[in-house]
Design a protein around this ligand. Structure first.
Ligand code: CA
Length: 289
């Protein structure tokens, strides 16, 4: 297994997101976009620029992805919405609006431009969450139930495999994926992640098809082969590492979001970190509806 050298992971932007999440590179503007779930905000930042833009949504926003028609698709507390260029949020489909303990969590677009996001109970009730797919006609399909904390999503470069994390299941799962229908079938566990190494959270797939997994409470990222072999471990100087996404001019910059743990004295918690990766990633898929 490869281990990174000190200094390989650099502070990209000092910011104090309570729960930074869902980083995504917006190729239209060369901006990193992410959310602060507890801060109820969406952020935009052009790396290298001193100014960041933030939008206070006023309620939970847990994931964001660029939309082909302009603006963004987002997951909000109780459903899917779109965010236009003026900062207006329009709810397009409710999810679990009768389950008051539940909220939406991580989300991402598949290679055909559907947007996926799952739910979790804020009291970590086992199996109370589900994974949903927002289809191109804006209907919603429940794909998996019995999830505890729905988190990272990613697709293989050839779009035949979907990767998924239910954090409290302590591992990385794979499905056969049909890009035409959006169906995900034949779930299997490809990597177990022992609890003492942290909880698996957001993920990113590189262009070699390896999967980078953020370790919440683990202060690191793990890179797994498609067969589930642990290939690299990258230390991050904050314990609560939440997610990662490739970006930058050549998609070799792995941007890493983090969160604040009030019990730890970590001045950089909540900031954005960057790892100059030996492999690249790909542009994020747009929401195509
Ligand atoms: Ca997460």
């Amino acid at each position: 297994m490869n281990v990174n050298r000190d200094g390989d992971v650099e502070l990209a932007l000092k910011v104090q997101c309570a729960l930074g999440e869902s980083p995504v590179w917006d190729a239209r503007t060369s901006e990193l976009v992410w959310v602060d779930i507890r801060g109820e905000r969406v952020y935009w930042w052009v790396p290298g620029s001193p100014s960041i833009r933030e939008l206070h949504i006023g309620h939970t926003v847990s994931a964001v992805a660029p939309r082909r028609l302009g603006g963004y698709v987002i997951a909000v507390r109780s459903g899917f919405g779109v965010l236009d260029g003026e900062g207006t949020v329009e709810l397009i489909a409710g999810v679990e609006t009768d389950l008051l303990q539940n909220r939406m969590n991580d989300g991402k677009c598949d290679p055909a431009g559907r947007f996926w996001a799952g739910t979790m109970s804020e009291t970590d009730d086992p199996g109370a969450g589900s994974l949903y797919r927002l289809n191109l006609d804006q209907s919603v399909t429940k794909v998996i139930s019995g999830v505890t904390v729905s988190n990272g999503l990613g697709w293989s470069p050839d779009a035949t495999v979907m990767y998924y994390v239910d954090s409290l299941a302590h591992g990385l799962d794979a499905f056969d994926f049909s890009v035409d229908s959006g169906e995900a079938t034949t779930r299997r566990r490809i990597a177990e992640i022992p609890e003492e190494l942290g909880l698996p959270d957001g993920i990113a797939v590189d262009d070699q098809g390896y999967i980078w997994v953020a370790l919440y409470s683990g202060g690191a990222l793990h890179r797994y082969s498609p067969e589930g072999e642990l290939e690299s471990r990258i230390a991050v100087p904050v314990a609560l590492v939440t997610s990662c996404a490739f970006g930058g001019p050549d998609y070799h910059d792995l941007y890493i979001t983090t969160a604040v743990d009030p019990e730890r004295d970590e001045p950089l918690a909540g900031s954005i970190f960057r790892y100059r990766a030996p492999v690249g990633g790909r542009a994020a898929a747009f929401f195509e509806s």
